[in-house]
Design a protein around this ligand. Structure first.
Ligand code: PGA
Length: 262
């Protein structure tokens, strides 16, 4: 039985500062009554919105995160953002290895490992995103790809960090406007592979790492996804970018989960 559920969104390269602040304020108000011991909500806006957002948003209600981070604290890394700069803003989460970082900007598993270790040593929650491409799925190597991303991403990471680790499974072929959502059965199967691999990496305790599903989550599939045994939460893109709609999706999913647990 799952004890906690996670609902979050990465705003990608959408919304300016004013729009982000308005969105976050509204979402905070709409979801204020949710029991945060059970339901964790988080939003990952653009870098330019983070300073204002962290000043205005109560992170006991909505955790804030950054979409990426450099593994070095400072240096000749033009265009990069340091863990110290993100700490200065009081952020809680760093998202690493989103499909667009890996596939549009060429980030590798080796880089993920450096970033995961840097995020954890600076006391962030490291949210590592993994997922196979459509081609890898067609060749039948999805499990191998997911296992590789996890084993390389978490190499030399001590189990002591388990409480600060989250994983998002986002099949590349399921993400974005051209994506096709994974069926709940397929997602569950892969989440199970992920759970077993996390146990292999970290020992039994690895099973407690939350694993979220992302990729075309919408009001039509959120409920069947959230009741899958190994899905601990939903990492939503487009369907979350309107506060009213995201709040409705979250509440519907919680209702369905409760009915299923009863
Ligand atoms: P989507 O994005 O829900 O718009 O497919 C998911 C993601 O990239 O995290």
């Amino acid at each position: 039985m799952k004890k906690k559920l996670y609902f979050g969104s990465n705003l990608k390269m959408y919304k300016n500062v004013a729009q982000t602040i308005e969105y976050l304020g509204r979402l905070q108000e709409l979801t204020a009554d949710l029991d945060r011991d059970v339901f964790t909500t988080f939003i990952i806006p653009s870098y330019t919105s983070l300073d204002r957002a962290s000043g205005l948003i109560d992170q006991n209600l909505i955790l804030l995160g950054a979409q990426n981070m450099c593994w070095e604290e400072q240096g000749q890394f033009t265009g990069e953002i340091s863990p110290l700069m993100l700490r200065e803003l009081g952020l809680k989460i760093v998202e690493l290895g989103h499909s667009e970082r890996r596939h549009v900007f060429g980030e590798t598993n080796e880089m993920m490992n450096l970033k995961v270790k840097a995020a954890l040593s600076h006391d962030f929650i490291a949210l590592l995103c993994i997922g196979e491409t459509g081609e890898e799925k067609d060749f039948g190597v999805s499990d191998e790809v997911l296992r590789t991303q996890l084993i390389m991403g978490f190499r030399d990471v001590s189990p002591a960090y388990i409480p600060k680790i989250w994983v998002a499974y986002e099949p590349v072929w399921a993400i974005g406007v051209n994506g096709k959502p994974a069926s709940s059965a397929y997602a569950q199967e892969k989440h199970h592979v992920i759970r077993e691999t996390l146990k292999e990496i970290f020992g039994e305790e690895g099973a407690s790492i939350p694993v979220l599903y992302g990729g075309s989550v919408n009001p039509g599939n959120a409920n069947e996804l959230i009741v899958q045994e190994d899905i601990d939460g939903l990492f939503v893109g487009r369907s979350a970018w309107d506060a009213e709609n995201f709040n409705a999706l979250i509440r519907d999913a919680i209702r369905t989960w409760r009915e299923n647990e009863a």
